[in-house]
Design a protein around this ligand. Sequence first.
Ligand SMILES: [Cu+2]
Length: 159
Amino acid sequence: MSLIDKTEKRVMMASGAVLALFLFSVLYAKGKYKSDLPECLPYSKAYETPKVTKLDDSTYQVFAVAQMWQFQPSEIYVPVGSEVDFFVTSKDVVHGFNILLKNVNMMAIYGNINKTTVKFDKPGVYKITCHEYCGVGHQNMQAQVIVNYPTEPPPNLPR
Ligand SMILES: [Cu+2]
């Protein structure tokens, strides 16, 4: 006679199956949507200085710093087709870092660096919003990524 009840065994098997399905879904989604899961990097003071660095014609690095109640830099200009690495940190409380239409949902945390990579294939203005309540000025906390053609757009393309 077994020490584990039959029903208990079934529940354990079912939990195992759900767990396996969950892990599979996460890995599948990561592959299918080619999502670059946010990473945590070792902290360095250097990331507290907001800046946009051009690595080459289509690769940029942004050190985004959140603080009550603004993001810096507040306007980031990149050409269409750019791949942008965002390194996000906070100077005070926990802020959110959400890029509209780009599936970016991160936290900006004091003493931590979160990194994600975003490819901007279409021109437009992509709003960055703080979506973690951070105090009285929270609703004003916005920035934007402005994605433009590198030079004049071809005449048959809309602006
Ligand atoms: Cu906020």
